[in-house]
Design a binder for this molecule. Structure first.
Ligand code: THU
Length: 143
């Protein structure tokens, strides 16, 4: 049973984090808000690059900010993404890419970590990480 938690704060902060997006090539703006177990929230946005491959997604920006500050235990992440010129009411659900799901699996419990796809503060879908990354390869495989 997944623990119910109040995710309103990170839903709002994911939408806010979109504003930092640097995406001149795709014009697809993504924001993320990662809730640590200690209650801290790390925001991230996607940051693109003229050479394309150095681009980083909003979710990994948030994770790497947190981990670089010594935080490694997380409860949930909220993600909001869509075309830069989309009206807020036209935002679609934006699911994390496979690479970001793998980064989540490095630090998060597959059954309790919640991934929240946000269209607006009150329009969202919640998944466990295991639902998004079945048969995951995780640190436990290397024990
Ligand atoms: N992107 C994210 O930041 N997160 C996702 O969940 C999907 C894709 C970014 C990467 C790139 O800058 C742009 O969105 C288009 O793929």
């Amino acid at each position: 049973m997944v623990k119910m938690m109040d995710t309103g704060r990170i839903r709002r902060l994911a939408l806010e984090a979109r504003k930092g997006s640097y995406a001149p090539y795709s014009r697809f703006h993504v924001g993320a808000a990662l809730l640590a177990e200690d209650g801290r929230v790390f925001q991230g946005c996607n940051i693109e690059n003229a050479a394309y491959t150095p681009t980083i997604c909003a979710e990994r920006t948030a994770f790497f900010k947190a981990v670089s500050e010594g935080v490694r235990r997380f409860s949930a992440i909220a993600v909001a993404g869509g075309r830069a010129d989309a009206r807020p009411e036209d935002l679609d659900f934006c699911a994390p890419c496979g690479v970001c799901r793998q980064v989540m699996a490095e630090f998060c419990d597959l059954d309790t970590f919640q991934v929240i796809l946000v269209r607006s503060e009150d329009d969202y879908k919640i998944y466990t990480l295991r639902q998004l990354l079945p048969e995951a390869f995780t640190p436990s495989n290397l024990e």
